[in-house]
Design a binder for this molecule. Structure first.
Ligand SMILES: Cc1cc2nc3c(=O)[nH]c(=O)nc-3n(C[C@H](O)[C@H](O)[C@H](O)COP(=O)(O)OP(=O)(O)OC[C@H]3O[C@@H](n4cnc5c(N)ncnc54)[C@H](O)[C@@H]3O)c2cc1C
Length: 434
């Protein structure tokens, strides 16, 4: 069904990835009427770990134990990196505000204030990150303390091997003993999927059955590791109850994407964000955008069956890079897909990539994106804000390579915070002038 009259709002958020989610939450928390649209959610590919800054400079592969010190160094050396436009205190406030939304809704996170921690990947390698789902925290501590660990995987579950993880992690954490077991009520299925298992684990009966299978295998293990299957939306409760039943702390390791930790974030967000007043139009694509004589934007929001129109006083563009759809690699140049904003990029296509795909410096294309002013407004070719009321956040921004710098979620959340606050300040200033 199409709405004859446009939906009116203060701020339209384009994108439902990490930056779009954070921006919608911040906007709602500041009392803005907010509409959000997105086609897909790349969040489902996330491991659940939230990086702040792990690596800088990329070419030296220098790892930072203290991400805040890393950001300070990086801001000095890459002054146009989006983090460099922000105060450290604001980055921290942004993370806390975002994380507390998930905490309140059953997905708590943990961190050490001034430290990156070492976490495990689905194949048993380790890497630094900052915020860790609480369901994975016991693994961080047990690895550091070198506790004896039983790590289980499941018959008929693909893509997660306790034996492989134990072998790969063996030089760092030799006390990991793998075991393969059956999952309660999984015998009749040809393949077990983590999402199905996570939903099953919300039942106390299944948890009890699984605890009884695991209990005799524990022997001297002081901690139990599992693939990420400990509940879908009530993870805190499931983890605590299951740990009580087996008698040792339990922790999860992310499985290959799309994995349960990303789905948890997506489902929890979708379930609770409307309670904050955000109107979520999903899955829907922004078709056209035009500016009205009074400066407001009129957007067409489409899916295969209906069109909505939204009239907003401002837009926050969080449409991501190539995977999300915010940037498109054309035959000759990289384009921004909605406003055709200028994209910072190498002069010629031949310079997008270095010769060696595995070059430790990464590729110039990875730093392509929108250049912004200090209030997070994308610039036009003359270097001025393209529109007074268009803001941008997340991975679409130029001068960052979030994947190699290990700053994906932190960058998305922090820049969303800065962009929303800039919009709020602009509105307040306008109202004061009126
Ligand atoms: C495989 C993978 C693993 C990751 N792992 C981690 C990790 O371990 N730790 C970490 O910190 N970060 C991780 N990240 C990064 C993080 O989750 C975010 O993807 C990243 O920070 C960028 O978020 P974003 O919101 O800017 O863009 P995206 O996530 O790309 O979102 C862009 C959004 O814009 C929407 N969009 C685009 N065009 C339109 C349009 N015309 N109309 C409507 N909507 C539109 C898309 O539908 C999408 O919702 C991972 C990302 C991926 C892809």
């Amino acid at each position: 069904m199409s709405h004859p009259e446009p939906i009116q709002c203060d701020l339209m958020i384009i994108g439902t990835g990490m930056a779009g989610m954070a921006a919608a939450l911040f906007a709602a928390n500041r009392g803005l009427s907010t509409v959000q649209a997105g086609v897909s959610s790349e969040v489902i590919y996330a491991s659940g770990y939230m990086d702040l800054l792990g690596v800088h400079p990329i070419e030296d592969q220098k790892l930072w134990d203290n991400p805040w010190a890393g950001i300070e160094a990086m801001a000095r050396e890459i002054p146009n990196h989006p983090y460099a436009l922000m105060e450290m205190e604001d980055i921290n406030t942004a993370l806390e505000e975002f994380i507390s939304f998930f905490h309140e809704n059953g997905i708590p996170y943990q961190r050490k204030m001034a430290e990156n921690v070492e976490v495990m990947t689905p194949v048993g390698k380790t890497r630094p990150t900052y915020f860790v789902p609480q369901s994975m925290w016991a693994g961080v501590e047990a690895m550091k303390a070198q506790h004896r660990c039983l790590l289980v995987d499941f018959q008929r579950m693909q893509g997660f091997s306790a034996r492989q993880i134990a072998e790969v992690i063996g030089n760092k954490w030799p006390n990991v003993r793998p075991a393969r077991i059956r999952f309660p009520e999984g015998d009749k299925l040809t393949e077990l999927y983590p999402e199905w298992m996570a939903r099953k684990m919300e039942s106390p009966i299944i948890r009890e059955k699984l605890a009884r299978i695991i209990h005799p295998l524990l022997e001297d293990a002081r901690v139990l590791g599992l693939p990420a299957i400990l509940g879908m939306t009530r993870t805190k409760e499931v983890v605590e109850d299951f740990a009580n039943r087996v008698g040792v702390p339990v922790f999860e390791i992310p499985t290959i994407p799309p994995a349960v930790p990303g789905l948890r974030l997506k489902e929890t967000y979708e379930q609770y964000i409307s309670g904050k007043g955000v109107r979520l139009l999903f899955p829907k694509r922004i078709g056209q955008v035009q500016q009205e004589p009074d400066g407001a934007f009129l957007l067409t929001v489409e899916d295969t069956v209906s069109n909505d129109r939204v009239r907003s006083r401002g837009i926050l563009l969080a449409s991501g890079r190539f995977l999300g759809g915010g940037l498109h690699a054309g035959r000759k140049r990289i384009e921004e897909t909605l406003f055709d904003l200028p994209v910072f990029q190498p002069a010629a296509r031949s310079e997008w990539h270095r010769e060696d795909f595995f070059d430790p410096r990464g590729h110039p294309i990875n730093r392509a994106g929108l250049e912004i002013d200090d209030t997070f407004r994308p610039l036009d070719i003359s270097g001025q804000p393209a529109f007074p009321n268009l803001f941008a956040a997340g991975s679409i921004l130029a001068h960052q390579d979030w994947m190699r710098m290990k700053c994906g979620s932190g960058l998305a959340i922090a820049t969303a915070y800065a962009a929303v606050n800039a919009f709020v300040k602009q509105r307040v200033d306008k109202d004061l002038q009126a």
